[in-house]
Ligand binder design. Structure first.
Ligand SMILES: [Zn+2]
Length: 57
C-alpha cells in the first residue's frame, strides 16, 4: 500500500486518521489523512471536524 502522509505536517506515520475539517471537504466529498498530533490541533474549536476512520500501516 502507498505510504500516506499527514496533510498538515507532510510526514508519513504508521497510524493516520481519516477526517474532514473544512466546509469545502463536505461539498467536494474530500477525506484527508492527518497524524495524531495534527488531529488534536484540528479538532479544537472546529465545527467542521468529522472522523472517518483510522488507518494503520
Ligand atoms: Zn501531522
Amino acid at each position: 500500500m502507498k505510504e500516506k502522509k499527514c496533510n498538515e505536517c507532510k510526514i508519513g506515520y504508521k497510524k493516520m486518521f481519516r477526517i474532514k475539517y473544512k466546509e469545502l471537504h463536505y461539498s467536494n466529498k474530500i477525506w484527508l489523512f492527518v497524524c495524531e498530533s495534527c488531529l488534536k490541533l484540528i479538532k479544537k474549536n472546529n465545527s467542521f471536524y468529522r472522523y472517518g476512520g483510522t488507518w494503520k500501516k
